[in-house]
Design a protein around this ligand. Structure first.
Ligand code: GCV
Length: 666
């Protein structure tokens, strides 16, 4: 049986490329043989080729360039670029750092693992430069070993308030480096008391060790920080960012932290949100808070990644003017240009919270003078808990390609986060990760496609969702063409299928309170009045136009006018922006109510079909993988059924309008 914990690094014997002479001699230049990242790259090449092709390559070293101390995104990209060229009897890799060499090694190994013709693939010199300088994973792991929104076991970083370092730690570093991740935040952004002590003597030694392991794979270690550490662990009574005592405490603390954890890249901060402390308490802005910390960590090369998920979770959803969607923009836009150059604002992809369909956050394309990172979530909090199959890369592709109209050209989200649009000092993309200590890392084996896919896409935004899925399947499950096409036909439409049986037309939520899995139309916990969707007997949807909350005008033109008009607004977002009668006719030609009925029935049927397709793979793929996904499909079918029943009957009872196809709605 395959060790499916190896995911895409579970190399096995390959048929093709065995006669490729060039692969027997690999020449690496650009970083010294003694560089620890190069040592890891060499090991990967040797063991990977030995397992897949039956021989160990001869590895030689060419000249190395001066070590790079990258202090901005462009330098990071320069140092991570690599070039692979092929002669008759040798493969040559040129880079400017160990990371470049490591990425080239994984490029070569991936080509062989996917059984591609090596000579053909590299017949022209291949020069690869990552699309984004920062490509990060954010863990929401707690010190007690639990994971907030974790669906694949417990944390492999923490157990009983201690940091764990073992073989799995190294395997993890290897796994994520192989898809191009270069930064990891290991603890939850909700930094509660125990985790505040991460920046104390008790944890320094372990963190230093962890930082070194990561560094060996070109990954920088980051920590989430409790903004009020001066109070939590400093014994002070203030966290005011302009208070001299507070500033001086942080100066001493950061000097200690960076000395004790030399590989530390910086901090991620969630402030003034969902009970977390922040500068608002002292009448200060988010910029005041972020800049104070950034100025202090600057001399250590540190960066402060400050989240824009700032909103009032106690808002009264009955109030028609208060709109949570507006909060990010309202809180952060006025200070565009004030954030210091080692601050990065990390922006969730939508203005709400990782719903299956949201418009792109208007901060992306609004902010022009601020470093920005996009935050997505591969932990399937609202997208099926790694029980339901939901391949998220098509969604991420849509987000990256969204035209913000922030400038004449280079105006997509991809342009902004790559640093191209505004020449930002730092920028990139982060995902709330979906891993845990489950044997296969991600619970549902197919959820591994989101981990793999996020890394691959962050590194090369030019890849298509299909290319990525195909690589995943070939590297982890099977190279058989039929198997590949069956699994692709499951993965590729799975996000839209999930959307069809859950929340319609961009309205969002409708989840069981707290857990966020399963249907409860009025259930979202922060809206105890069950009114956020504004559904009554006549219609549904939130008026975010100029006559409503005005949110549509946080976008640049023409997006603002498009979203402001029910005629122009794309169907999939129409209830996010408009309150409409159930009888309103969509672009699809269906009424809103008929769309709700049809998509829910269809979505459920499609889940049955996906499960049937998976069943057809029995005996053709590894039994462990087959059983793991089959068991989850059983639960996904129940979930889809429940959503279909609840949503359809809720809106049938509310509207009193029958299904025009006469299907039974309870
Ligand atoms: C880490 C949502 C989630 C929370 C999460 C928060 C955030 O509200 O439900 O679990 O907290 O987002 O992104 O900070």
């Amino acid at each position: 049986m395959k060790n499916y914990a190896d995911l895409w690094l579970g190399y096995s014997e390959k048929k093709n490329n065995r006669d490729c002479k060039a692969l027997r001699n690999i020449r690496l230049s650009g970083a010294p043989e003694s560089d620890k990242v190069v040592i890891n790259a060499v090991n990967e090449l040797k063991t990977g080729l030995k397992t897949m092709l039956g021989f160990e390559p001869e590895i030689t070293f060419g000249p190395s360039s001066a070590p790079v101390n990258a202090t901005n995104g462009k330098e990071i990209l320069d140092s991570e670029e690599y070039k692979i060229s092929l002669a008759d009897d040798a493969v040559s890799v040129e880079a400017k750092s160990g990371s470049g060499i490591l990425y080239a090694a994984f490029d070569i190994l991936r080509t062989i693992a996917c059984e591609k013709d090596f000579a053909k693939t590299y017949s022209e010199i291949r020069t690869v430069r990552p699309s984004n300088p920062l490509r990060m994973l954010n863990h929401w792991d707690n010190m007690d070993g639990s994971i907030e929104r974790g669906y694949s076991g417990e944390s492999f970083f923490y157990e009983n308030n201690e940091i764990v370092i073992n073989d799995r730690t190294r395997e993890y570093a290897r796994l994520i480096a192989s898809v191009g991740i270069n930064g990891v935040v290991i603890n939850n952004v909700n930094v509660k008391q125990a985790a505040s002590y991460m920046i104390t003597d008790r944890y320094f030694a372990k963190l230093a060790e962890l930082g070194e392991i990561f560094a060996g794979y070109g990954i920088r270690l980051f920590l989430s920080l409790n903004y009020a550490s001066t109070i939590e662990i400093g014994g002070m009574d203030s966290a005011d960012p302009l208070d001299e005592g507070v500033i001086s405490w942080w100066k001493d603390k950061m000097a200690e932290v960076f000395k004790k954890i030399p590989a530390l890249g910086g901090f991620l901060v969630k402030a003034d949100s969902e009970g977390r402390p922040g500068p608002f308490t002292y009448g200060r802005t988010q910029a005041d808070g972020a800049n104070m910390l950034a100025d202090i960590v600057k001399e250590y090369g540190g960066i402060i990644i400050w989240r824009c998920f700032v909103y009032n979770c106690r808002q009264d959803w009955r109030d028609r003017k208060t709109d949570r969607a507006r909060a990010g923009y309202d809180n952060f836009m006025p200070m565009d240009g004030d954030y210091h150059d080692n601050v990065i604002l990390q922006i969730k992809n939508g203005p709400m919270d990782f719903q299956i369909r949201e418009p792109v956050s208007p901060l992306l394309g609004g902010l022009r003078k601020t470093n920005q990172m996009l935050e997505v979530q591969i932990a399937q909090e609202y997208t099926g808990h790694q029980i339901d199959v939901c391949y998220l890369i098509p969604e991420f592709k849509e987000i990256l390609g969204f035209k913000t109209y922030c400038s004449e050209d280079n105006d997509t989200v991809e342009d902004i986060i790559s640093g191209r649009a505004f020449g930002s000092r730092y920028s990139g993309i982060a995902a709330v990760t979906n891993t845990g200590n489950d044997f296969n890392w991600t619970g549902n084996y197919l959820a591994g496609a989101n981990l793999f896919g996020f890394g691959r896409l962050a590194f090369d935004t030019g890849l298509s969702a299909e290319q990525i899925a195909e690589e995943f399947v070939r590297m982890t499950i099977s190279e058989d063409d039929r198997v590949v096409s069956v699994i692709l036909s499951i993965l590729l439409p799975s996000r839209e299928i999930y959307e069809r049986y859950t929340s319609p037309l961009g309205i969002g939520w409708m989840v069981n309170p707290g857990v966020h899995y399963g249907c409860s139309v009025d259930g979202y916990e922060y809206d105890r009045w069950g009114t956020y969707h504004r559904a009554d007997h006549l219609g549904i949807g939130v008026d975010r136009t100029d006559k409503g909350t005005g949110y549509a005008f946080q976008y640049n033109e023409p997006n603002a006018s498009i979203y402001n008009s029910p005629e122009k607004c794309p169907d999939e977002l129409v209830l996010f922006f408009h309150h409409l009668p159930y009888t309103h006719v969509l672009h699809s030609g269906k009424t809103v109510i008929q769309h709700i009925y049809d998509t829910h029935f269809e979505g459920y049927e499609e889940v049955l079909e996906m499960a049937g397709k998976w069943d057809s793979l029995k005996g053709e793929i590894d039994d462990g993988i087959f059983g793991n996904v089959k068991e989850r499909f059983g639960r996904q079918i129940d979930n889809a059924h429940e959503w279909c029943d609840q949503v359809n009957s809720y809106f049938f009872r509310k509207s009193g309008i029958a299904d025009e196809k006469g299907r039974q709605i309870w």
